[in-house]
Design a protein around this ligand. Structure first.
Ligand SMILES: Cc1cc2nc3c(=O)[nH]c(=O)nc-3n(C[C@H](O)[C@H](O)[C@H](O)COP(=O)(O)OP(=O)(O)OC[C@H]3O[C@@H](n4cnc5c(N)ncnc54)[C@H](O)[C@@H]3O)c2cc1C
Length: 582
């Protein structure tokens, strides 16, 4: 049986150890009177984790808390979700494996899109252009949400002081503190709780102490951000598809895995100029990297060009490729502007012959990172709902297809995360108010806890770093991730299946930090399998998905999204879902 594909009740996905070891303590949830938690403020040093004797791991505390709405992730989507769920009357708890305003992608973004018809483009025209640029893969409900709500998001961010701060830490925490919304940081959630076909909360581990946590919640909003394979070029090392993996394992539908982010590895465009927002979409389009990868695959790197090594690209903290352009300008400059027409008319399959002039780093830089808003939980409606009652997603962990399967509007990622977070918060609060709490039994909690700690108690096995490197070697080459063909995808899938079946069940952690890495590695391997299966299924080229054996777009067969889920035997299946008519 595939250990990754079944629900926790039927297996331990990392190989369960004996249960019955938890000491359950009730740290009752005290609602809005409680101060913002910020528990275990990060030392930001991952020098091996705290020294906890392994034998104690099985005896550590299991804290239990309750909430109406659990928000997982404290980036742009998560903060908006928490604020709006609270303002709708819910008792909210926000949990982040890093810290609010400092983790995820949000701290790195510098430009935000605000739609205003006064800037010269009507709503209708914008929707039409987005559909064309997205080659009809976008979801008009979420493109419309962006247009209708981006101004409100920008205004709210202004009131938090967002545009006055370089790092956003104070601004993102401000609305949480004002409302006394409880926040727990440095906790990685690893499992969603499920009871009677509904989501019932989540469970995970404290990164800095020998303690796990079970959160009983009527609804859960996943705001866990994008997924990637821990590249060093972009600062997305913690975006390891945790939300997708947790949701998939309890039966949720995931989508958008064939699309790829193709940001190049330099801060400069093909003409050697900084990338610009606004109407200069030609440069933006060049920076998407799709054409770069194809060009280098066909003709080799140009003089001075580089192939990105696995996990490669510039060193962390070095120059990045995207929208981060110097110090943040003041509010209006940053937030203003029409943003230009979407997409720059990326119609038809990606051309093969548009090479860059200067040195270009390809592949690996943002390796495996989801195309913003094009990957994650498949929404069943226009209110961020999944197919699991009570489970919602927003931001980069919702496959909203706001822009389609290619990045068609600079600055829309931040605004979209805010708009979707706000919507999901209101929807989840309404749902929570309409249902009774269902509680997972202590026996089940103990089983999950055993699963969480299994790698830590294992005497022999594979280090998560080694398994991650092996997986990166398979997935990151541009001839797998960006320029695809049946044989190579199939070959890569064979390797990933091997890692899934023979290495993930033997992941071994020497300390609590490595324990977190084990869970992230397992999630990335699952994500790799999803990306390969979806890429194999889509036998055409469209948006950021390029198949050299199917270089043309094929509307007759592929005007659809691909959903990924478990079949009745727990194996991964991929199915087509028609896109709404424009
Ligand atoms: C370098 C760079 C530049 C960018 N520039 C721009 C720009 O100029 N304009 C723009 O619009 N967009 C930009 N983007 C994209 C934009 O930043 C993202 O689309 C947006 O911030 C996503 O917000 P989010 O809330 O969905 O996710 P994130 O901000 O990524 O937040 C996700 C949060 O979830 C937490 N988390 C994940 N897994 C778990 C778990 N298992 N348990 C607990 N917590 C978890 C993470 O720690 C993180 O805090 C840029 C991205 C990067 C990397």
């Amino acid at each position: 049986m595939n250990p990754l594909n079944t629900k926790f009740k039927r297996r331990g996905f990392l190989g369960a150890v004996g249960g019955g070891c938890a000491v359950i303590s009730a740290a009752a949830y005290a609602g809005r009177e409680m101060p913002v938690g910020n528990e275990g403020r990060p030392s930001m040093s991952h020098g091996g984790g705290p020294s906890v004797k392994k034998k104690n791991a099985a005896e550590g505390r299991l804290t239990q808390v309750t909430a109406d709405v659990l928000v997982v992730g404290g980036g742009m989507a998560g903060v908006f979700a928490a604020v709006k769920a609270h303002d709708s009357g819910a008792r909210v708890l926000l949990v982040d494996k890093g810290s609010v305003g400092r983790s995820g992608q949000t701290p790195f973004a510098r430009g935000i899109f605000r739609f205003d018809e006064q800037d010269g483009m009507s709503r209708e025209e914008y929707l039409r252009k987005t559909a064309e640029a997205a080659e009809y893969m976008n979801n008009p409900a979420y493109t419309g949400l962006l247009l209708d709500q981006s101004a409100a998001v920008v205004d709210e961010l202004k009131s938090w002081g967002f545009f006055e701060e370089a790092t956003y830490t104070k601004a993102m925490n401000k609305p949480l503190r004002e409302r006394k919304i409880r926040v727990i940081e440095r906790v990685m959630l690893t499992h969603l709780l499920e009871k009677d076909g509904r989501v019932a909360g989540a469970m995970g581990l404290y990164i800095d102490k020998n303690e796990s946590i079970a959160i009983h919640a009527k609804s859960v909003i996943l705001c866990t951000g994008a997924s990637g394979f821990k590249p060093t070029g972009w600062q997305i090392g913690a975006q390891t598809a945790d939300g997708d993996a947790m949701a998939y394992r309890i039966g949720a539908e995931i989508s958008g895995k064939e699309w790829v982010d193709g940001h190049g590895g330099t801060n400069y465009g093909l003409e050697g100029k900084p990338m610009t927002t606004g109407s200069n979409t030609e440069e933006i389009r060049g920076m998407l990297g799709v054409e770069q990868n194809i060009e280098v695959e066909k003709n080799g790197p140009s003089a001075g060009g580089m192939m990105g090594p696995p996990g490669g690209g510039p060193p962390p903290g070095g120059r990045d490729s995207g929208e981060r352009r110097g110090p943040p300008p003041d509010g209006d400059k940053m937030a203003g502007g029409p943003g230009g027409p979407p997409g720059g008319g990326h119609g038809g399959p990606p051309p093969g012959g548009k090479g860059g002039k200067g040195p270009i780093v390809i592949g690996g830089v943002s390796a495996g990172m989801s195309n913003h808003k094009a990957e994650g939980l498949f929404p069943q409606d226009d209110r961020c709902s999944s197919n699991i009652p009570g489970l919602y997603a927003a931001g980069d962990s919702l496959c909203s297809m706001q822009n389609g399967g290619i990045y068609t509007q600079v600055g829309s990622s931040l605004a979209g995360s805010g708009a979707q977070g706000a919507l999901a918060g209101k929807t989840a609060a309404r749902y929570a108010a309409s249902v009774q709490e269902v509680r997972v039994t202590d026996e089940d909690l103990n089983l999950i806890r055993s699963d969480i700690y299994a790698p830590y108690l294992r005497e022999r096995g594979f280090s998560p770093r080694w398994v991650t490197r092996t997986m990166q070697g398979v997935m990151i080459p541009n001839f797998i991730l960006y320029v695809k063909s049946e044989e190579r995808l199939q070959a890569a899938l064979t390797y990933i299946e091997y890692i899934r079946d023979h290495q993930v069940p033997l992941l071994k952690a020497d300390d609590l930090h490595e324990l977190r890495l084990c869970h992230e590695t397992a999630n990335m391997v699952l994500n790799a399998e999803m990306k390969l299966r979806a890429s194999l299924m889509r036998k055409e080229s469209r948006g950021s998905h390029y198949r050299e054996d199917y270089p043309e777009r094929n509307d007759d067969e592929w005007l659809c999204w691909i959903k990924i889920r478990q079949d009745k035997d727990g194996n991964m299946e991929t199915v087509k879902h028609p896109v709404p008519a424009v």
